[in-house]
Design a protein around this ligand. Structure first.
Ligand code: NAD
Length: 315
């Protein structure tokens, strides 16, 4: 991968895609940003709008509405395109329609000669990442989804509020499906190097396990509550995508909970699910193997079982 001129192609310039683009512009994440959408005029309008903000940013980014041929020399192709659920439509039917959307995207991207990293945000993200992997024929390490990156950020924020600790000093992860079966392995949650569970067990400690469970419940339901209030979620996921993109373009070896293909880790095989991974310019350098308890392994197994079922429903 070339790191001299960092190039990102964004496919799907809706709310999520443009939150990602806006956040990348403000954080000077890449040098060239190409916008692609089924609605070409929308992509053009978005490119104009962002370009008019360039003078106020610290970035020299080249931004334009492009075509699939522009993926040829890109470092990252990010997919945020998707169709919305119709009233009364089943989840499986939505999945089937999104698979068709991805067929119309991933084929032209790979035909362009693209040789970088796929980053997928479209929901259900773990299944759509697996669809991208299957359609592209890429090495699994070069196909990743946003997974539980956003859920993990929400968890760290809420724990920080509850424990009165800077979220950056809280090391805790959400694992499994980005969805209802996700879970927090509390055995692996730390403030600095101190296990949060030890703090809970201290006598006369105001930190309660019930409160921690309430927090994990709040993380699981966060998207529902935001959607109830404002119909969609996009800023948080846009920033999570920017963080992952920076880790790739900067060859950072950062730990992020992306959706990656599990190949024996945690006893799981052939499924894309959220797990802490080391991310660098090659994509998923490796999946980190945390020492989960038996109960946590069972939760992950259940979550992966659900993801397998969803994928098999598509076949
Ligand atoms: P949106 O409707 O605003 O945007 C979708 C865009 O995709 C539209 O601009 C549309 O024209 C485009 N599109 C549709 N079919 C296309 C095709 N074949 N080729 C190119 N472009 C195409 O939706 P949004 O709010 O931006 O959400 C996008 C996706 O992100 C949804 O699937 C949503 O569920 C998901 N999402 C994921 C997370 C996460 O944590 N992973 C969080 C929030 C939203």
């Amino acid at each position: 991968m070339k790191t001299d001129r960092r190039k990102v192609v964004l496919i799907g310039t809706g709310m999520v895609g443009m939150s990602y683009a806006y956040s990348m512009l403000n954080q000077n994440t890449c040098d060239e940003l190409v916008l692609i959408d089924l609605d070409r005029r929308r992509a053009e309008g978005e490119a104009m709008d962002l370009n008019h903000g360039l003078a106020f940013s610290g970035s020299h980014m080249r931004i334009y509405a492009g075509a699939y041929a522009d993926c040829r020399d890109a470092d990252v192709v990010a997919i945020c395109a998707g169709v919305a659920q119709k009233p009364g439509e089943t989840r499986l039917n939505l999945l089937k329609r999104n698979k068709e959307v991805f067929r119309s995207i991933v084929g032209p991207v790979t035909e362009s000669g693209f040789n970088g990293i796929f980053l997928v945000a479209t929901n259900p993200v773990d299944v759509m990442t697996r669809v991208t992997y299957e359609l592209s024929g890429f090495n699994a390490r070069r196909v990743l989804g946003t997974g539980t990156a956003l859920d993990t950020a929400r968890l760290r924020y809420l724990l920080g509020e509850y424990l009165h600790v800077d979220p950056r000093n809280i090391h805790a992860y959400v694992m499994g499906e980005h969805g209802d079966s996700e879970f927090v392995p509390w055995s692996q949650a730390m403030i600095a190097t101190r296990p949060i569970r030890d703090i809970v067990e201290e006598t006369e400690n105001p930190v309660q396990m019930e409160e921690l469970d309430r927090i994990s419940e709040e993380v699981r339901g966060a998207a529902y509550r935001i959607i109830e209030a404002k119909h969609a979620t996009y800023y948080g996921i846009g920033m999570a995508m920017t963080r992952i993109t920076k880790a790739i373009l900067g060859d950072e070896n950062s730990v992020l909970t992306v959706s990656a293909l599990l190949c024996g880790e945690y006893g799981q095989n052939g499924v894309f699910a959220g797990a802490p991974c080391i991310i660098n310019q090659d994509g998923v350098q490796r999946v980190l193997k945390l020492t989960l308890s038996e109960e946590e392994l069972q939760k992950l197994d259940q979550s992966c079982g659900i993801l397998r079922e969803h994928y098999q429903g598509l076949e």
